[in-house]
Design a protein around this ligand. Structure first.
Ligand SMILES: [Zn+2]
Length: 339
């Protein structure tokens, strides 16, 4: 089997990889319907996380179950399934509380930029659909595996309520889908911070009512102007830098909530500064598994179309070009065709 392997900064290769097999009796093997590149894959790609050994890439997936281990009960061969980037048992106390990405038995799912994938803890991790969905909805199903679930968590964690004023910091796939999620949860005003035309258009299509192109202090100033000096009820931080985090915290009204779902890189917060702001901070790796059943329904009944974030589709063999396009911000998100 061939798949994507990261060898070092900006060096992704499509090359031979070991064929995945059932290792544990709770595993499933999936034949992927499509796969994709995540914004978070760009951190190691750009050398922010050191690559010490060739690393199989990809953690977003949906597809058909090819085989299951002998202890798997609810997942069967031939089903179409979606799962999250962390495998979880869905039975431990943290899973029951809805935080499957903190599962006591969590395992990362790695190597999804390939035709086939091993998924651990299949019963807890995978959500099957009743029927194999039409090819048209595969991009949206694939988006549920990470970016849509993460955007939804951002809106949920920031306590978005009907009528709320929401700010989204970040116009990557997660930020855009956070705007869509805020809309679904009834936000009245959704201000997206973006300076890219194509992303602004998609943000508006997903429900943004205002766009702010300024960043940093100027960006915060604009948010204050747009909210009569008050700030937003809910701010969704979808980047993970010091600047984006401070922009988010400073845009929030006293008593408001900041959700942070961008993986932080070099972010540090000052306790005394936070103390006097009166804002809630809540975030982390999104418990996508909690939201999958609801989001699958919203896709299948046509309410949401998160697959629109894929503005570039390439064959899996061209995965290196997919990374380049996202790195250079020519593409929001790259889908990779398998087969
Ligand atoms: Zn668990």
């Amino acid at each position: 089997m061939q798949g994507a392997v990261l060898h070092g900064p900006r060096d992704v290769r499509y090359e031979d990889r070991a064929e995945p097999t059932i290792v544990e009796p709770t595993d499933a093997l999936i034949s992927l319907s499509a796969t994709c590149i995540c914004g978070s894959d760009l951190w190691p790609y750009r050398g922010f996380n050191p690559v010490t050994a060739p690393a199989p890439m990809g953690h977003e997936y949906c597809g058909i179950v090819e085989d299951v281990g002998r202890d798997v009960r609810s997942i069967r061969r031939g089903q179409f399934v979606v799962g999250s980037f962390f495998a979880s048992d869905n039975t431990c106390p943290h899973c029951h509380a809805g935080f499957q990405t903190s599962c006591q038995h969590r395992q990362p799912v790695v190597g999804a930029q390939a035709p086939r994938l091993r998924v651990p803890l299949a019963d807890g991790t995978l959500v099957p659909t009743d029927d194999v969905p039409h090819a048209d909805v595969v991009p949206s199903m694939l988006a549920l595996s990470d970016v849509m679930g993460t955007g939804w968590f951002a809106a949920d964690a920031a306590n978005v309520r009907p009528g709320a004023t929401v700010v989204v910091v970040g116009d990557g796939a997660v930020g855009l889908l956070a705007a869509l999620s805020a809309k679904q949860l009834g936000a009245a005003r959704i201000i997206v911070m973006s300076r890219h035309d194509s992303r602004q258009r998609l943000a508006r299509e997903f429900g943004a009512t205002d766009i702010v192109a300024e960043r940093g202090d100027e960006g915060v100033e604009r948010i204050k102007e747009l909210t009569r000096g008050v700030g937003a009820d809910s701010v969704l931080e979808c980047v993970g830098t010091q600047e984006s985090m401070m922009q988010a915290i400073s845009s929030t009204r006293p008593g408001g909530s900041v959700a942070y779902v961008g993986v932080p890189h070099g972010v540090s917060l000052d306790g005394a500064d936070l103390f006097f702001r009166h804002v809630r901070l809540f975030g982390g790796p999104a418990p996508v598994r909690r939201y999958l059943p609801r989001l699958i329904d919203l896709v299948l009944n046509g309410t949401i179309n998160p697959g629109k974030v894929f503005d570039l589709t390439l064959p899996l063999a061209s995965v290196a070009e997919g990374y380049r396009a996202m790195d250079e911000r020519r593409a929001i998100k790259t889908m990779l065709r398998v087969a």
